[in-house]
Write a protein that binds this ligand. Structure first.
Ligand SMILES: Nc1ncnc2c1ncn2[C@@H]1O[C@H](COP(=O)(O)OP(=O)(O)OP(=O)(O)O)[C@@H](O)[C@H]1O
Ligand SMILES: [Mg+2]
Length: 342
């Protein structure tokens, strides 16, 4: 079976051929005894507490992953922040994703993993990343998820991350061309994938075997987390106190921050910040494309951040479209091309 995992800086997204889907924050912490955490009740711990063992049964660590790590870890890490592709935390995230995506399979089923790397690391790291993943063989166990199961990949394919979103427009889940018109018209297509920490943009040449135009592709250091940080520092300026992440999240959800009898309009502040961040993203992409932007047929928006900021991103180009299911688009695309190469 094929599974596709999009390892974002913010969230891990996964889709399996059998329709299984997962999403969880890309955060990992060291595992510890949580039996005293009565707050959630024994069965209601957020996901995931993960134990890893090597093929011979030797312990390879125990980790808090995703929401559980956000709430309970004392040593939170976002391993992709420093691009530690061979870090134990990266293994924990990949193992967690693959374990969950294959939960309804017969043990021992052969798995083809399709995944991606950010554009700026793709060329230099893809072989090493693929080999690391192909060598991975772990027994994985999780709280509340039954017995340990082996996670290993028969085959691994690594794509440039944002290109996944393009494939999801072009191909259906079986790797068949969904939009023949798109191919026939030809020309250059841009894809802008607005994520949590970064925005990846790539240009694909439809007249040249879907070749990636490397000189029109790149990464901008801005995304949804940039919006959050701006609002956070605005709020700190207004209130005069440090605002921590969980207060900020609560404020985002409710649209206002209540502090010392005053309500601060977080919703409006976030919209202002989104406008600025979207402008910065568009400027950086347009700077890279220059006059060649006029030759692009369509610019597709993808990523969870494209949903958050869409109203401010339409000015990117004279023809902008949102890909279907933007946050899962890379994963869906990896799955589709994996069908073609297998
Ligand atoms: N259901 C959802 N769950 C999580 N995030 C969501 C959801 N819907 C929209 N979002 C937004 O999507 C953003 C994350 O987007 P995405 O998953 O594309 O980022 P990423 O791929 O992890 O980051 P990067 O591309 O920088 O590596 C979140 O910060 C949030 O604002
Ligand atoms: Mg992403």
């Amino acid at each position: 079976m094929r599974i596709a995992v999009d390892l974002g800086y913010g969230y891990i997204k996964g889709i399996a051929e059998n329709g299984e889907r997962i999403i969880f924050p890309s955060v990992v912490g060291s595992g510890r005894d949580l039996s005293h955490v009565g707050l959630f009740g024994a069965n209601a711990l957020p996901e995931y507490h993960v134990w890893l063992k090597g093929a011979e049964g030797e312990a390879r660590g125990n980790f808090l992953v995703g929401v559980l790590a956000q709430r309970e870890a004392r040593d939170l890490s976002r391993p992709f922040d420093d691009d530690k592709i061979d870090h134990p935390s990266t293994r924990a995230l990949v193992a967690t994703a693959a374990y969950l995506l294959t939960r309804r399979l017969e043990p021992g089923s052969s798995i083809h993993l399709a995944t991606g790397l950010p554009f700026r690391h793709y060329r230099s790291q893809k072989e090493r990343f693929r080999d690391n993943l192909a060598d991975l063989a772990l027994q994985v166990q999780m709280n509340g998820h039954g017995d340990a199961r082996t996670v290993a990949f028969e085959r691994v394919t690594v794509f440039p991350q944002a290109a996944g979103a393009f494939y999801s427009c072009l191909l259906d889940g079986e790797g068949r061309v969904r939009d023949l018109g798109l191919l026939q018209k030809g020309g250059l297509i841009g894809i802008v994938d607005v994520g949590y920490k970064t925005t990846d943009y790539v240009v694909v040449d439809l007249d040249d075997g879907l070749a990636l135009r490397e000189n029109m592709s790149g990464t901008v250091e801005a995304g949804v987390s940039t919006v959050w940080r701006m609002v956070q520092s605005d709020l700190e300026g207004l209130t005069g106190v440090p605002i921590n992440q969980s207060e900020l999240e609560r404020a985002f959800r409710s649209g206002a921050l209540h502090f010392r009898g005053r309500d601060y309009p977080v919703g409006e502040m976030a919209n202002q910040a989104k406008k600025l961040v979207a402008r910065a993203i568009m400027d950086a992409v347009q700077m890279s494309w220059g006059d060649r932007a006029h030759y692009l047929r369509t610019v597709y928006l993808a990523g969870g951040g494209a949903l958050e900021m869409q109203e401010y991103l339409w000015a990117m180009h004279h023809r902008v479209e949102m890909v279907p299911d933007p946050q899962y688009a890379n994963a869906a695309g990896f799955l589709a091309v994996a069908a073609k190469v297998s």
